[in-house]
Write a protein of this length. Structure first.
Length: 478
């Protein structure tokens, strides 16, 4: 077992003296050591943050310090787009962090998608997290959570998943051989593209009757009873790794802060992490302003939208009226309300990071919107036509940006970053169903979710096995 007593080489200070877990409630603020495992505060039941005594740390005076890093290919700061920013998440010694090469991702200016959204052609950027080893943004947070788990010497790690978390955990376990992965999924609530990863990487997969929210409850109970390390984003170390998505966005923009960050909202880990990232950078004087944040729900899984936009619930400087949230969750349970969207990665009714997301929205002067599955798939087709294929949930960010532009909330001249959370091949059925003329497949995969038509379908051209007919078809269509 590796001890957290080991010194940070860069600082000469023991990790336990500069990093700790802290309750996010300002009226509580209870602190816990790094070598303890908690998913919530024992005193008040709120979520936890990883916090730092920045005065004892050698924080760069400028973000440009992260530019032009050189060194051995084995240096985590070279191999990983997470640990490149180790000094901004220094909860473990640099020579003890775990990486599988995550975070080497792309910020791509997208002119055609900008036109679709209604922005100036140079105004839209797509942060493509599908380039991660397991094909989604989850690898960023898993690098941090897995590092913490490895320091504690655990042998088993578990998660509930709609697919991406399970793929990421299974990949880390398979590559490092340090622990066994246990995956909880709901019945019929995971795409084969994602399930295939967990199975191929050797994870123990447990399928229960129910949806993600049911699986989340059960995995927490099982983890508590059996002493298994839980890696869902209720784990505060997960969000430390996810902060780095925004560090990479800023670096790709030459450290100039954009006007908007638009992100899909499922379990709300990304939006929570992004708010924490910008709050810390601003407090450290490394940025001079904070971008606005837009969190986009699917209409079939819109808890955040209902509570934030329709009922006016706010973080309220740490007093978020928790009884209203719990009452809403209870009502959903009693009425049998289930999340239902083609964007399976955000098909979640009871997001575990709800309160952290409220805090992020307050930090970033944020807004929340909901978009239909039709809007999501049309936006997805536009993203794909621009050369960056994404899974349906990812496209919620583009659909949401378009809606905010139509409302005039986002201005035509704003600089907007939409986060694409997962790779196209995470859910190929949705893509093929959208572009095919197979009525049965369209009905089974999409129409059952309220998708009426494929506005931007790119259908295959069927021709006889005849050279002249093939040539004729090509010349007719191009």
């Amino acid at each position: 077992m590796i001890s957290f007593e080991e010194p940070l080489v860069a600082c000469g200070v023991a990790v336990k003296d500069i990093a700790f877990q802290s309750c996010i409630s300002p009226s509580c603020g209870k602190k816990y050591a790094l070598d303890e495992i908690h998913l919530e505060c024992e005193d008040c039941g709120q979520l936890l943050d990883i916090a730092y005594d920045w005065d004892q740390l050698e924080v760069p005076s400028t973000l440009h310090a992260f530019d032009g890093l050189t060194g051995s290919p084995q240096d985590p700061r070279i191999r990983s787009g997470v640990w490149r920013f180790h000094s901004l998440l220094p909860f473990a010694p640099l020579d003890r962090v775990v990486t599988i090469g995550e975070g080497q991702t792309l910020l791509q200016q997208a002119q055609s998608v900008a036109r679709y959204v209604g922005l100036q052609e140079d105004g839209l950027y797509l942060q493509y997290e599908g380039m991660n080893p397991s094909g989604s943004f989850k690898d960023n947070g898993m690098a941090a959570a897995f590092t913490h788990a490895a320091h504690l010497g655990v042998s088993r790690a578990a998660c509930a998943s709609t697919g991406n978390t399970s793929a990421s955990l299974a990949a880390f376990c398979a590559v490092t051989r340090q622990m066994k992965a246990i995956i909880f999924i709901g019945s019929g609530k995971i795409s084969f593209g994602k399930l295939s990863q967990a199975l191929d990487y050797g994870a123990l997969t447990v399928q229960i009757a129910g949806d993600f929210d049911d699986a989340m409850r059960r995995v927490r109970e099982v983890a508590s009873r059996l002493g298994i390390y839980l890696v869902n984003s209720v784990n505060p170390f997960r969000l430390e790794g996810q902060k780095t998505v925004m560090f990479r966005v800023l670096q790709a923009l030459a450290w100039e802060v954009p006007d908007w960050i638009v992100v899909p909202g499922g379990n709300l880990g990304n939006s929570s992490a992004f708010g924490k990232a910008f709050a810390e950078l601003y407090a450290l004087g490394l940025i001079d302003r904070i971008p606005r944040l837009a969190v986009i729900n699917a209409a079939g899984a819109n808890t955040l939208y209902r509570l934030y936009e329709e009922q006016g619930l706010r973080w309220n400087q740490g007093d978020p009226q928790r009884e209203r949230v719990e009452g809403y969750y209870t009502q959903m349970e009693e009425t049998g309300q289930r999340a239902a969207t083609v964007a399976s990665a955000i098909e979640i009714n009871q997001p575990v990071n709800f309160y952290k997301c409220l805090r992020a929205l307050e930090t970033c002067d944020g807004v929340v919107r909901e978009v239909s599955d039709q809007e999501i798939l049309d936006a997805k087709a536009q993203v794909g036509a621009g050369g960056l294929g994404c899974e349906p949930a990812s496209a919620a960010s583009v659909a949401g940006a378009r809606k905010l532009r139509q409302e005039g909330v986002i201005a035509a001249g704003d600089r907007v970053v939409c986060v694409l959370t997962g790779h196209l091949l995470k859910d190929p059925d949705a893509t093929v169903a959208y572009h095919t003329d197979n009525a049965e497949m369209f009905q089974r995969v999409l129409a059952s979710r309220g998708v009426e038509h494929a506005s931007f379908a790119n259908r295959a051209v069927v021709v006889p096995n005849d050279l002249e007919k093939i040539v004729e078809a090509i010349e007719k269509n191009i």
